[in-house]
Design a protein around this ligand. Structure first.
Ligand SMILES: [Cu+2]
Length: 146
């Protein structure tokens, strides 16, 4: 004889059960960097070299953002460069999906960046990221061409 199913006394109060199925998504905090930040044509983009990441300095839309995703328009001109953050030696390269420098857009490694470390470039759809070759694991941000 099969015993009657025990524990059948769960109160059917699962009406309000789904209240807390807040998705523990990672995308709660960094919506902005996911979408990228549109940069106006002709803007000078300045990043601070911090070793742990690039931190946006100019324009103000990227200020304080870590490795901000830059949304650029194909065929338009911009300027990009970096200034000292934590005193380390860095450089800045614009690279394609294979991590190869695009159109020789790279600066010398230095711990004392100046005007030579800010350069003009035309946005092309080859461009995928900007990176410091000294700290390629941490100082790397996305370039999105639209
Ligand atoms: Cu670096």
């Amino acid at each position: 004889m099969i015993a009657p199913v025990a524990g059948h006394d769960h109160h059917d109060d699962d009406d309000h059960h789904d209240e807390d199925d807040h998705h523990d998504g990672d995308d709660d905090t960094d919506d902005e960097s996911d979408d990228g930040i549109e940069i106006e044509t002709g803007t000078t983009i300045i990043l601070e070299g911090e070793t742990s990441d690039w931190v946006g300095a100019e324009p103000e839309e990227i200020e304080g953002e870590e490795n901000p995703t830059l949304v650029l328009e194909e065929g338009e001109e911009y300027e990009i460069g970096w200034e000292q953050g934590n005193g380390g030696s860095h450089n800045l390269e614009l690279v394609d999906e294979d991590d190869e420098v695009v159109d020789e857009h790279e600066t010398e490694v230095t711990d004392d960046p100046g005007e030579d470390d800010i350069f003009e470039f035309e946005a092309t759809d080859e461009m995928a990221e900007y990176v410091c070759r000294q700290h390629p694991d941490t100082m790397r941000g996305e370039i999105r061409i639209e």
